[in-house]
Design a protein around this ligand. Structure first.
Ligand SMILES: N[C@@H](CCC(=O)N[C@@H](CS)C(=O)NCC(=O)O)C(=O)O
Length: 222
């Protein structure tokens, strides 16, 4: 059985969404955010204290994009993944990692300096600079999504989950109003998917059952 350690609407939403799209059974272990501070026992599962953490038998993984790549290749070949023999294989990998390495990084600084730091340490100028940087990094997506429904391979893949989560986080941070229209429409398509809606319901039900706040993170409000 796969076990996913998850905080509501954090990066671990990527593998949760992938699991729901694929339909493979899993156990969802909910944690308050940040677990490093609020759930110290989790440090024994993942000494980094970060989520996601995924266990699949003896395998242990902690990178959200890599976990999506793994789940897609192992449990959904030809559906959520793009195989090496397909023309878009390289583009698929690039978008899959673009979602985390290029898009989520500047968002993390916005989150930190608008919500997570105590009020006296908040830095509106830094937050605005990184918000602009995030929007600049969407530059290559808008023209592509004017003519394509999904990022690559002519179908919904794990790459859409990776980039889609960055758009979800942008919405939680109040950055989605500045989305260019093709990106706003793409995000709407993604969040209307049955797999996305099932993942949202799964995290809410698990949070309630495990007595963890259903609010995305302390002080993080849409
Ligand atoms: N590159 C990693 C980043 C993991 C990460 O930093 N997760 C955040 C949540 S979105 C976290 O656990 N932060 C809490 C902390 O650093 O203590 C990934 O994509 O999974």
């Amino acid at each position: 059985m796969i076990t996913l350690h998850h905080c509501v609407s954090a990066r671990s939403f990527r593998p949760l969404w992938a699991l729901e799209e694929i339909g493979v059974p899993y156990e969802l272990k909910m944690l308050p955010f940040p677990p490093r501070v609020l759930a110290r026992a989790f440090m024994e599962v993942n000494p980094l204290g970060t989520i996601p953490a995924l266990e699949d038998g003896a395998l242990f993984m902690t990178e959200s994009a890599a976990i999506c790549q793994y789940l897609a290749a192992r449990y959904s070949p030809g559906v959520l993944d793009v195989a090496p023999h397909e023309a878009d294989f390289g583009r698929y990998l690039n978008f899959l990692h673009f979602g985390e390495a290029t898009l989520t990084f500047p968002q993390t600084l916005v989150l930190r300096y608008t919500h997570l730091e105590p009020p006296e340490r908040r830095q509106p100028q830094i937050a605005e600079d990184y918000a602009r940087w995030f929007h600049a990094r969407l530059r290559t997506l808008a023209p592509l999504l004017e003519t394509q429904t999904y990022l690559c391979a002519g179908r919904f893949t794990a790459a859409d989950i990776s980039v889609g989560y960055a758009l979800m986080l942008a919405e939680l941070l109040g950055l989605s109003e500045r989305f260019p229209p093709p990106i706003a429409q793409y995000w709407r398509r993604l969040r209307e998917r049955e797999g996305f809606l099932r993942a949202m319901r799964a995290q809410e039900a698990a949070a309630l059952a495990q007595n963890v706040s259903t609010v995305p993170a302390p002080e993080l409000r849409p």
